[in-house]
Each structure stands twice: as structure tokens, then as C-alpha cells.
Write a protein that binds this ligand. Structure first.
Ligand SMILES: *Cc1c(COP(=O)(O)O)cnc(C)c1O
Length: 490
């Protein structure tokens, strides 16, 4: 299958590209993104067929239907990484929390957050494409805390790939920072920046667009790519777990085959939600996809009013930092799917030029047939964490907690909900400890211990081990020096 472009075709790029090409250079004509030419029609038969399949069997069949230009052995190697999850047989457990509410846990991978679901297999795929072409790639990543560890973990010691990962010094949790700075593989460079996440993100965007930087890399025979979720190589792995979660609900007797469900997704860059949308178009019976946000609630406003409005809008820091995003990149793929490339280009240009676009009434109706949304602030989130723990004996992280509000405000009680849990409690322990006991500003080590006692949960060895692991990466610099530092590393 080939890939087409969300904003139409300029004359500088081919009209369609292969999956490999879309992965290596994810930005399309006029700044658009790549999307599959058509989605495979899987239908009800596919669900029936995989009712008793393992996660990997389901994944393999779904990927085959996309007919991507990746060798079968590479796909097998990529999917085998799910064996490293807590339970290789069932890497994504789905847990019943209360009547009508099920939580699909996407965080059982090596870095304890949902980024592993896609980045683990993506690392194998990208490295294999680079090897086949005998090319070397530099992957740039900017992280507020979850993408960085997951990208480093997947690319460490892989051939033909180097990673430079930028994070805001002081802007991540201790566990997240230690996950990065204790990585000691030769092909990885972790760079702390004096500044906030936006500084890291802006530096990354500047470098990705800089011809001088690309020329300097070229002299060293290195090309540039990115591992954020605009890359379709990540999205494709995020369709699978939505199908799996639905089948899991059927297996558990929570629904009968064919029954519609809500998918409730804590959203930032909209990669997870987009995977759910594609799954619903391909085979999963979905009533609506509910988009949960924190105080950075642009998506709630878009879905409720049709206005994407960034005028007078700045990112606010929250207790769910992985969702502190205003320009949610993957919404563009929804616009394309619903309204076509001309309208998508028009809307995206409005956003870039005026920080604003507005859907017409018909378009808004169409959007609302598939999506609903609400947002939850930090204090409400902490209350949901405490209440759900005390009443339902289920412990969730602050990102997952944003789903609890929209679960109450957006869903009809006769329809079951699958909400997605995107991080383990260990990654955001100070906020959770605060929610449960009221203790303020605890360090991660202290918070982990107190939660572990209250909730009788074991701290996973990989998290506990971080605190005694040697620091391998100690670069902390000003943002002006990033380019120089990366070139020295290469
Ligand atoms: C990345 C992330 C999100 C947001 O996911 P998107 O696909 O960007 O919408 C939510 N929660 C956690 C914990 C994350 O790491």
C-alpha cells in the first residue's frame, strides 16, 4: 500500500510514497503528513477470526492487511518485543474497574508508559530500513518525559541509527530523568537543556528545518529523521491495541460481539485517539471516541465548538505533563479523512497564519458523530485518583484520571467504555502520593515507597534499580549550544 499526503501535492515530492519512505521523511508537501491511500477493510470477519488470537497474531494479520514494504521477518522481530512486556502473552491487560468501565493498560512495557506500545516495534522497523538502504540516521527527540526514555530504550545499540534526545532539565519527574541519563549505549546522546519543554521542542523543530544542519550531517553521511507521533510508523502500531481491547472485552463477557463501545483516550498529540479512529473505520464497533484533556483543553473546544483557537493561548504546566500540548499534530489526519486535502490545507494554513480555524456547521456535525470531549483539571484528577482507589481499588496515574471526568459527562450509561491508561503509577508518583495522602512535593523515592505501602503494590525492579544506577549522561547546556553538541556527538 502507498501513502498519500494530507495537504495535496507540491511538485517537489512524489505523489505517493511507500511506507518506508513515509517513515524516513515523515513531513509531506506543504508541511502535511502521510496517510494510507485507503484503510484496509477488515470488518466483522476479522474480529471473529481473531477472537482467540494472541496479541502478536492479531498484530501480524492487521499489519499484513496494510501491505507495507517491510519484510515479514522484520515484522516478526518487531512484534517479538512485546515478549519483553510484563506478560508476553497479554501485553495489554484490560481490567474491569466498575460496571460499564474497563481500563486498557498500555503501560506494561520497559519504560512504564504507553509510548513503548509503538516505539518498541518502531525501533526495529526503522533500523532495518536504514540497514537495507545502507544509510545512517540521526533521530532527534524532544521530550517532556515519556517519549525520551521510550525512544532511547528502543534504539539503544541498534545498527545505523543514532539518537539525540533533548529534555528540559528540572522539567521531568526523577524517574523519567533517570531513565534517560542512565542509558549508556554509544549511539545515544541525552541532552538536558536550561529551559522548559517548549525550548527543547522549538530547538528540535529548528534543527529539523535547518539546511545548514542537514548539510553538516550529510558531510558525515547521516540523514535526519524524527520519532514523534507524526510518523505513521508509530501510528500503525497504535491501531492494534484498540482492536485487541475490544476483543478482550468480548472474551471477558463484558460485551457481545458487535456491541458498540466508547473509546476514552487521554490525548495530547492525538496519536492514540487517531489509532482508535482508524480501528473504528476498519472494524471495531465504536459509539464515539471520547477525547480527554487536561487544562490545555484546545481539543475539547474543537470538538464542542468547531473552533481550533490558539489566539491568546499559552501552554500551562499540569499534573499530566505528557498532555501539555496545544498544537495537536494528528488532528490533521482526521481533517483529511473527513474533509479531504483541499480543506485540510486551508484549515492548517489558517492555523499557522492566524492561530485559528473554524469548521462549518456541517463539518462540525460530522466531527461530532465520531468524537466527544471534556477536560479535567489537576485537582479534579487527584480526586478521581483517590476516589477510584478507595471505592474501586484501582490505582491510576494523572493522565488516565482525565478520562474519569469525561466518562461521567460524555457517556450514556447503557454503553460500555474502554478507557486507556497511558502510564504506570511509578512514573508520576509524587502527584499520586499527594492525591492519596495529601503529602506535598515528595521526591519520587519517597512517594514510590508510600504508595507501595498504601496500595500494596510492588515497585517494579527497573524503576527501583534506577536510583542506584550509574549516571552515564551528564550534558546540561544552554539551548544556543544544542546544534554544536549534537555535531560533536555524531
Ligand atoms: C504521550 C502520552 C499521552 C498523549 O498521547 P497522544 O498520542 O500524544 O495523544 C498521554 N499520556 C501519557 C502518559 C503519554 O506519555
Amino acid at each position: 500500500m502507498n501513502f498519500i499526503q494530507t495537504r495535496g501535492i507540491d511538485s517537489a515530492r512524489p505523489a505517493t510514497v511507500t511506507f518506508s519512505e513515509a517513515i524516513l521523511a515523515p513531513i509531506a508537501s506543504f508541511g502535511g503528513l502521510y496517510v494510507p491511500e485507503t484503510l484496509p477493510e477488515l470488518g466483522h470477519d476479522f474480529l471473529e477470526k481473531h477472537l482467540n488470537s494472541s496479541y502478536k497474531e492479531l498484530a501480524k494479520d492487521m499489519l499484513n492487511r496494510f501491505e507495507i514494504d517491510i519484510d515479514s521477518e522484520v515484522i516478526d522481530e518487531a512484534l517479538n518485543l512485546y515478549d519483553k512486556f510484563d506478560d508476553g502473552e497479554n501485553p495489554v491487560p484490560v481490567v474491569k474497574v466498575k460496571e460499564n468501565l474497563y481500563i486498557s493498560e498500555l503501560y506494561h512495557g520497559p519504560t512504564r508508559a504507553f509510548k513503548d506500545m509503538a516505539l518498541q516495534p518502531f525501533g526495529v522497523v526503522l533500523s532495518s530500513i536504514a540497514q537495507k538502504r545502507e544509510e545512517n540516521y540521526l533521530i532527534l527527540a524532544a521530550t517532556s518525559g515519556d517519549t525520551g526514555p521510550a525512544a532511547l530504550e528502543t534504539f539503544k545499540n541498534r545498527a545505523n541509527v543514532q539518537v539525540a534526545c533533548l529534555y528540559p532539565d528540572g522539567g521531568t519527574s526523577d524517574v523519567q530523568r533517570l531513565q534517560m541519563v542512565t542509558e549508556d549505549a554509544k549511539n545515544l546522546k541525552v541532552i538536558g537543556i536550561h529551559g522548559v519543554f517548549d525550548d527543547a521542542q522549538n530547538a528540535l523543530k529548528r534543527l529539523l528545518a535547518s539546511d545548514d544542519f542537514k548539510a553538516a550531517l550529510k558531510e558525515k553521511h547521516v540523514s535526519l529523521s524524527a520519532a514523534n507521533s507524526v510518523n505513521f510508523g508509530r501510528i500503525i502500531f497504535q491501531i492494534i491495541y484498540h482492536i485487541h481491547s475490544y476483543l478482550e472485552l468480548v472474551r471477558q463477557g463484558g460485551i457481545i460481539m458487535g456491541e458498540k463501545v466508547y473509546l476514552n483516550v487521554p490525548s495530547g498529540n492525538f496519536g492514540n485517539a487517531l489509532g482508535g479512529y482508524y480501528a473504528s473505520q476498519m472494524c471495531v464497533p465504536v459509539e464515539k471516541i471520547i477525547i480527554s484533556s487536561n487544562e490545555n483543553n484546545v481539543l475539547t473546544k474543537l470538538i464542542k465548538t468547531g473552533k481550533y483557537d490558539l489566539r491568546d493561548c499559552t501552554v500551562v504546566g499540569t499534573t499530566s505533563p505528557a498532555m501539555d500540548i496545544l498544537k495537536s499534530s494528528n488532528v490533521e489526519r482526521i481533517l483529511f479523512d473527513m474533509f479531504g486535502y483541499k480543506r485540510t490545507r486551508e484549515l492548517m494554513e489558517d492555523l499557522e497564519n492566524q492561530n485559528f480555524y473554524e469548521l462549518n456547521a456541517e463539518e462540525l456535525t460530522q466531527l461530532q458523530t465520531c468524537f466527544d470531549a471534556d477536560f479535567c483539571n489537576g485537582d479534579e484528577g487527584k480526586k478521581y485518583i483517590k476516589d477510584t482507589f478507595e471505592k474501586d481499588n484501582y490505582l491510576m496515574d494523572p493522565h488516565t484520571a482525565t478520562c474519569m471526568k469525561s466518562y461521567e459527562t460524555c457517556s450514556n450509561s447503557t454503553i460500555k467504555t474502554i478507557a486507556y491508561s497511558t502510564a504506570e503509577w511509578t512514573k508520576f508518583s509524587p502527584v499520586i502520593a499527594n492525591a492519596l495522602t495529601g503529602e506535598e512535593d515528595a521526591e519520587d523515592v519517597v512517594a514510590l515507597e508510600s504508595i507501595s505501602k498504601i496500595a500494596s503494590l510492588t515497585i517494579p525492579a527497573m524503576v527501583k534499580g534506577l536510583f542506584s544506577k550509574a549516571i552515564a549522561q551528564s550534558t546540561i547546556i544552554n539551548k544556543e549550544d544544542i546544534e554544536k553538541e549534537i555535531l560533536v556527538f555524531i
